[in-house]
Design a protein around this ligand. Structure first.
Ligand code: RTP
Ligand code: MG
Length: 148
């Protein structure tokens, strides 16, 4: 089953949206297989967002993402990477469709509530940055199990 890395960013935590985000993930049928709240270390944040190191917004992005607790998750399921990006919506909330997390809860590109890996390769890289293998659980959702 494909896995992806998802974060509720510090703004999402501070606005009390952790349950809302997890609820949307679970109701869609995706499975949370690892979960942690912590303040991400600066070095970890720089590694996570390394692709943006040369962008003008990089310093403020790192400062923000390390400014308070965030919630990190590994989310698993069929096409988890693509489906999770669709659940989050467009990067800039101005462009995010209603019904997406960003389209329903955000206005500012720098405070867009959630992150999700943008490709299966990025997911493998990001999961390894934030979780050890031993922290990723294995279980079946009832809707994955054929009972009869
Ligand atoms: P994320 O990585 O956080 O899930 O967001 P994304 O893939 O949708 O967008 P990405 O291009 O990877 O940008 C990473 C984060 O940087 C901030 N950003 N600010 N023009 C700007 O000021 C700007 N552009 C991007 C956003 O918070 C974005 O989520
Ligand atoms: Mg990104």
């Amino acid at each position: 089953m494909e896995q992806t890395y998802v974060m509720v960013k510090p703004d999402g935590v501070q606005r009390g949206l952790v349950g809302e985000v997890i609820s949307r993930i679970e109701k869609r049928g995706l499975k949370v297989v690892a979960l942690r709240m912590n303040v991400i270390a600066e070095a970890t944040a720089k590694e996570h967002y390394g692709e943006h190191a040369a962008r003008p917004f990089f310093p403020s992005l790192i400062e923000f993402i390390t400014s308070g607790p965030s919630v990190s998750m590994v989310v698993a399921g069929k096409n988890a990477v693509k489906v999770m990006r669709a659940i989050n919506g467009a990067t800039n909330p101005v462009d995010a469709a209603p019904g997406t997390i960003r389209g329903d809860f955000a206005l500012d590109v720098g405070r867009n509530v959630v992150h999700a890996s943008d490709s299966p390769e990025a997911a493998v890289r990001e999961i390894a940055i934030h979780f050890k293998d031993s922290e990723i659980g294995k279980y079946s959702r009832v809707d994955e199990v054929c009972l009869y």
